[in-house]
Write a protein that binds this ligand. Structure first.
Ligand code: CP3
Length: 345
């Protein structure tokens, strides 16, 4: 069932001597060929919605490095846009959105099943990729988790502490929860469509899960992930799901069992030996080299990469960074990481 693709074997629970490897933000500004294609598209959002060019940038890191998996080129903020939010990117600063902070803002959003007109080019990119990828390369679809997507919709931008979303949660819990439900419903539909178009696994990015503590984490990070995973498993029982509750800390423990995800992605604040003993005991883990090593390279990169591979060698593991690679990374350091994992240096 899981076939011969290394990523799918790891997600199915197989321990491999050499783990599969891919990298968050592997198609991105650190690659000159990405910058050239983005230039051709005009801007980042035009690139996301141009299926041919989005296919091209997804394939670039596969051609250059032979990663074991490709991740669909898109963005987690396309779902809010498909729900009717305005979305634009300010160069050097990041995303901007129209905000949802009142009942009237919420009422102006589209229903979840209205997202597909906007997102049709994304499904076309997935179809293109499932045709174009080498037979050994797995295709990963993705979406943002409801909490993380809501933090951007409420604040209208990225925030260091997600304070506007926490404030709405306190001041108008009903509205906050209605927004989370709308995003949850849209995300289930969006990921199902990616799977039907050819995604072999999907990843749920909860980049800001770490700012939810205790019961709030269970209610707004864990529960939506469980709901999305359960709905996907009903429709597509054989498709594994990867959860990424970034900076969840001790909340990583038991996350897979509680949500039903097949793999838990770990950020680099987590000690690999601790995670092997406390998280990997329940199944596959992904991670977790600090992306700073892609900038600095050298012996520290090699040592840390080996330590991570060694720590997770007793169970199913997907090698990855702990967060996305940054634009100032050196492409040669990516090759050094891959060679170290594959022990070809
Ligand atoms: O990993 C990949 O190669 C696939 C594509 C992908 C992108 N964004 C492309 C992108 C994925 C999986 C994402 C997820 C995403 N987007 C997350 C979750 C993961 C994480 O990093 O925590 C979040 C929070 C976003 C929202 C977002 N998109 C922000 C905050 C920014 C601006 C920051 C930045 O790096 O510029 C983006 C832009 C973005 N998304 C870029 C890329 C390649 C850079 C845009 C450019 O080319 O200028």
């Amino acid at each position: 069932m899981s076939g011969t693709k290394k990523l799918m074997r790891a997600l199915a629970g197989e321990t491999q001597v050499v783990p599969p490897i891919w990298m968050m933000r592997q198609a991105g500004r650190y690659l000159p060929e990405y910058r050239a294609t983005r230039e051709q598209a005009g801007d980042f959002l035009s690139l996301c919605y141009n299926s041919d060019l989005a296919t091209e940038v997804t394939l670039q890191p596969i051609r250059r490095y032979g990663f074991d998996a490709a991740i669909l080129f898109a963005d987690i903020l396309l779902v809010p846009q498909a729900l009717g939010a305005d979305l634009w990117f300010v160069t050097g600063e990041g995303p901007r959105l129209s905000t949802v902070t009142t009942q009237a803002d919420f009422d102006a959003l589209k229903p979840a099943d209205a997202i597909h007109d906007t997102l049709a080019p994304i499904y076309q990119t997935v179809r293109n990729l499932s045709e174009a990828l080498p037979s050994e390369t797995a295709l990963i679809g993705f979406a943002g988790a409801p909490w993380t997507v809501a933090t951007y919709m409420i604040a209208g931008r990225g925030t260091p502490d997600q304070a506007p979303a926490h404030a709405l949660r306190d001041e108008n819990t009903a509205l906050f929860e209605a927004l989370l439900s709308r995003i949850t419903e849209a995300t289930i539909d969006y990921l199902s469509m990616q799977i039907e178009a050819g995604a072999e696994t999907v990843k749920i990015f909860d980049s800001w899960a770490g700012s939810l503590k205790g019961e709030a984490f269970d209610r707004y990070a864990l529960a939506p992930c469980r709901e999305i995973t359960a709905a996907l498993k009903t429709r597509h029982p054989d498709v594994p799901v990867i959860g990424f509750p970034r900076e969840a800390g001790e909340k990583y423990v038991g996350f897979a069992k509680a949500t039903g995800v097949d793999c838990v992605a770990l950020d680099n604040s987590v000690d690999p030996d601790w995670a092997a003993a406390n998280v990997q005991i329940d199944g596959c883990v992904q991670g977790n080299l600090a992306s700073a090593h892609m900038v600095t390279g050298g012996q520290a990169l090699i040592d840390e990469t080996r330590a991570i591979v060694r720590a997770f060698s007793g169970g199913p593991h997907v090698f990855n960074l702990g967060h996305g690679i940054t634009p100032d990374a050196d492409p040669d350091n990516v090759q050094l990481m891959i060679d170290t994992v594959r022990e070809s240096r």
